[in-house]
Design a protein around this ligand. Structure first.
Ligand code: GLV
Length: 389
């Protein structure tokens, strides 16, 4: 096998090994995918200032996110159906993250259940919550996250309605896959994936099936989810959830300064500047371009994190330079998982850390916590990220 040198190598391998419908589910954006593309493209406009003849011994990428020590300020993002990129995917990714020393965030829409992750890891992980109409179910989910010793709750606010992803419709996306002739033929080309999937009992939404009233299998589940995402979600619900949870709270899906201010008012510990990886409002700006005004407005009062479009440790440095205190990777670790299971997630994290460390060094820094706007200065700066510099 060709050596894996970067995240793109993992992506190519995942595309070969993961059934088309699940690869597309992870990889796609909504509608024209313009926001999905902008997330990656806008990072490339940010240029580094190279420094020389600086002592580069004893470098460190260690930092903290919401008060927790991290090997680098990078967390695994909550991603739906991770256990369909590879059998037991959430357990494998959580283990890789634990060994590496970065947070793993379990999605509400995961295949492996909260209890599964707790049973297979010893470090606390984070849990991502979607607010559903069935508040009894949400209360129970919060209690399950507490019982599993989750050390932060990531509350997603940008999925009251679902952005249309054309590829999912075309592929007849479901878990387990709908056995159309096209999908059967595609599955036949993925023997490794099929073999692993046959060895595990975890093939449904583990947090939901058997826990939500009237969901006992997958057919009742699809009806339940389409009815359950709550279009009436409000800041009062955020307050209610904060009270019930009582621990570290991170609010995800913030793109505007006014909403960032509401996060501060809510007493949350952090917010994530995020357009859901370009999967929700197509036509929204890139996450990296939305970051600087939010950092300027609220960065001294709340920890500002970001996700969307990060494909390298260099992108992590760019986000940190623009004021993020933490960065999430979603697709990069899913590519690693689909390509090589736990080992692939570890490889993804190693690649990111190595790129982060070297880029920081080229910019003349030894400590990741010292990264700030002084290390970036393009000759022709797009004005969105120099604002407030
Ligand atoms: C769920 O989080 C999704 O983006 O599909």
């Amino acid at each position: 096998m060709r050596p894996i040198t970067n995240i793109e190598d993992l992506r190519v391998l995942a595309e070969r090994r993961v059934p088309r419908m699940f690869y597309d589910y992870a990889d796609a954006g909504s509608w024209t995918e313009s926001t999905y593309r902008a997330n990656e493209e806008d990072f490339q406009q940010i240029k580094f200032r190279q420094r020389v003849a600086v002592d580069l011994n004893n470098r460190t990428t260690r930092s903290t996110m919401v008060g927790q020590d991290v090997a680098m300020p990078v967390a695994l993002a909550p991603t739906g159906l991770t256990g369909m990129q590879h059998a037991d995917g959430e357990i494998l990714a959580a283990r890789a993250a634990e060994k590496f020393g970065v947070p793993f965030t379990l999605s509400t829409m995961s295949i492996c259940a909260i209890e599964d992750i707790a049973a297979h890891t010893s470090a606390p992980f984070w849990f991502q919550l979607y607010v559903m109409k069935d508040r009894v179910f949400i209360e129970k989910l919060i209690e399950r996250a507490k019982a599993a010793r989750c050390s932060a709750l990531v509350l997603t606010l940008d999925l009251q309605v679902l952005g249309q992803r054309h590829k999912d419709i075309v592929n007849g996306m479901s878990a387990p896959p709908k056995l159309t002739v096209k999908n059967m033929l595609n599955l036949m080309t993925k023997p490794r994936w099929c073999w692993n999937m046959l060895q595990t009992p975890r093939r449904q939404f583990g947090n939901i099936v058997g826990h939500a009233t009237s969901v006992s299998d997958l057919s009742s589940l699809s009806a339940w989810t389409s009815q359950q995402f709550d279009p009436s979600l409000s800041w009062d619900d955020v307050e209610w959830i904060k009270k019930r949870w009582g621990g570290k709270l991170i609010i995800k899906g913030i793109m505007e300064v006014e909403d960032a201010r509401r996060c501060v008012d809510s007493g949350a510990d952090a917010l994530i500047v995020s357009n859901h990886g370009g999967r929700q409002l197509d036509g929204a700006p890139s996450s990296i371009s939305a970051l600087p005004p939010i950092v300027d407005a609220v960065g001294s009062r709340i920890e500002v994190h970001m996700d969307g479009g990060v494909r390298s440790g260099q992108d992590v440095v760019r986000a940190l330079a623009l004021g993020a205190k933490g960065v999430y990777i979603g697709r990069p670790f899913l590519y690693g998982l689909g390509a090589m299971g736990e080992q692939g997630v570890t490889r993804c994290l190693e690649i990111i850390r190595n790129e982060l460390d070297l880029t920081m060094a080229f910019c003349g820094l030894r400590d990741v916590r010292a990264i700030d706007r002084s290390i970036i200065l393009p000759p022709r700066a797009p004005d969105w990220y120099l604002k407030g510099a």
